[in-house]
Ligand binder design. Sequence first.
Ligand code: PXG
Ligand code: PLP
Length: 442
Amino acid sequence: MSSRQNVAPNDLSAFWMPFTANRQFKKAPRMFVKAKDMHYTTSDGRQVLDGTAGLWCVNAGHCRPKIVEAIAEQAAEMDYAPAFQMGHPKAFELANALVNIAPEGMNHVLYTNSGSESVETALKVALAYHRVKGDGSRFRLIGRERGYHGVNFGGISVGGIVTNRKMFGTLLTGVDHMPHTHTPGKNQFTRGEREEGADLASELERIVTLHDASTIAAVIVEPVAGSTGVLIPPKGYLQKLREITKKHGILLIFDEVITGFGRLGTPFAADYFGVTPDIMITAKGLTNGTIPMGAVLVTSEIHDAFMQGPEHMIEFMHGYTYSGNPVASAAGLATLETYKDEGLLTRGAELAKYWEDALHSLKGLPHVIDIRNLGLIGAVELQPIDGAPTKRAFAAFVKAFEAGILIRTTGDIIAMSPPLMITKAQIDELIGTLSTVLKGLE
Ligand code: PXG
Ligand code: PLP
């Protein structure tokens, strides 16, 4: 029997929190209890301006009426339908709606429940695609240093964040990594994309030469590396990756978990950079953070390669209990409608310059060693305290929270990615408060 009676009400110990310093948090918890549009309300009744769209996912702002209603209605009408060998209309409607806003050629959708699952799904599609085409010797996957592709085994294997990998054994075999695109000591305070550095993509040629193209299935990158601390690709870099992958018959996978759904002022980063991958990974903004859901988009060429053999046979041995869950699908449809009604997928383009100017006004403040931005993404890198990395940025995070703004930190980098409904006055408030916080930092 469980000992529930022994657990004090509001005891915080049972929940082992994700990516959190649990002991530190539980000594001085920070709790949100409500949210509306651009603001959270804390458990002590304070308003906090959301500078991060939750965790990069609440792109339309919080508790938007259409989305809230759609979820409530669907939960009451049909909570669940089996995902395998059965269907329900909204999963198909949402797939069509996604294809409509996706780059030309991304015509088919596989559903997941998160970015991490989308990554696993995409990697498996890539491997299986070559195999169904009779090219099963293409088994290698190429990621990038400092890349973040979620926390499951495939994702940490192609990912390049050392702390997320080192505890977990041998990971996937047959994986290699390109260098990241960050050049510390050079290019600080660049606004947007920097001019030089596209040549870093040539490292892929080196890896292809080493392993031979005939062994490589796919290359996976975040168009803009988010979680590792916002690394903006040099101009022409992604175009070059596209050329090299195409030349060698290697699939290009864009992990658009953060960059998807308007973050750069275009529906997807693929649109922003004018580079269409073969597979596109999404999650987060797909349902505005409400109901967990991800989607992997693939070209017709990939999809059609599987549609052979006897029709009674399952073409791809993969799927989740909750793939295309009805409530998640309803949330996704209402989210895409909200984006459309309010022009949110392109609103970032109107605000990007204002955002950039506001962010770069922080140059010269104590400890600020770099500022990076693209679309409605921004990062402020701080000089770490000697011998105590992450402490300075975390202190900024706590002070910012106390001062009424939500920012996010990773290492000693502050990242921001506000809901796309943010106003110029709210950008001023966010950056103004951050400026005060930075001035008061030790
Ligand atoms: N790929 C990318 C590019 C991501 O950014 C994932 C996959 C995994 O998604 P899920 O839904 O499994 O978490 C992500 C997630 C941060 C932060 O503050 C970033 C993420 C998640 C939580 C925090 O940088 N990215
Ligand atoms: N583990 C067990 C024992 C299961 O039966 C299932 C699904 O049926 C899973 C894991 C996978 O769960 P999901 O489909 O929610 O990813």
